[in-house]
Design a protein around this ligand. Structure first.
Ligand SMILES: Nc1ncnc2c1ncn2[C@@H]1O[C@H](COP(=O)(O)OP(=O)(O)O)[C@@H](O)[C@H]1O
Ligand SMILES: [Mg+2]
Length: 158
């Protein structure tokens, strides 16, 4: 018997962990909003919170729009924020294509709601100090994003 596990997380303290339902536009945005509130109370800078908010909102929307459902988890560790977006499928067959600015498979009814510009993944990568996306077609996608508080004083990214 083999048990598959995710690689161990490096001691991040979870501050928010929320299930995200497919096509739940009523609650879409709540995960990123909760993460933002927690980081505000913890004294993170507006610059870091802005980057986290954009990255987590786009990740959340991608689960709502493109997946069968999943979850968003945010953790903190010494002025570093980690956001993990996991879903249960359908996965992404061609990651470089998905990462291309303007590429979107959003169907017309989603585009009519104003989504599907194909800028979510490029923006997520732009906002993060570390960005990894792992996907197995049929199984799901895991996007891991790291945003460092100290970094944005220096580089003023995003
Ligand atoms: N969690 C996901 N599961 C499956 N496919 C995804 C997921 N996230 C993104 N994709 C694919 O990558 C494409 C690009 O994503 P993104 O840059 O966020 O643009 P958009 O969401 O506007 O389509 C999506 O249209 C979709 O085909
Ligand atoms: Mg998107």
């Amino acid at each position: 018997m083999s048990i598959k596990k995710e690689p161990p997380k490096e001691n991040y303290t979870t501050i928010v962990k929320i299930p995200i339902e497919k096509e739940d536009f009523v609650h879409a945005g709540e995960a990123s909003s909760q993460i933002k509130q927690r980081l505000l109370k913890l004294g993170y800078s507006p610059q870091a919170i802005r980057r986290v908010a954009i990255a987590s909102f786009e990740a959340e929307l991608n689960i709502v729009i493109h997946s069968v459902g999943g979850e968003i988890e945010a953790g903190i560790r010494s002025q570093t924020v980690q956001i993990i977006a996991r879903d249960k499928g359908p996965g992404i067959a061609d990651i470089p294509q998905a990462m291309t600015k303007g590429f979107s498979t959003a169907p017309p009814h989603i585009q009519q709601m104003g989504f599907g510009a194909g800028m979510g993944l490029p923006n997520m990568e732009h906002c993060c100090d570390e960005f990894t996306i792992e996907s197995q077609p049929g199984k799901g996608t895991i996007v891991t994003m790291i945003i460092r508080e100290a970094q944005d004083q220096v580089s003023n990214k995003a």
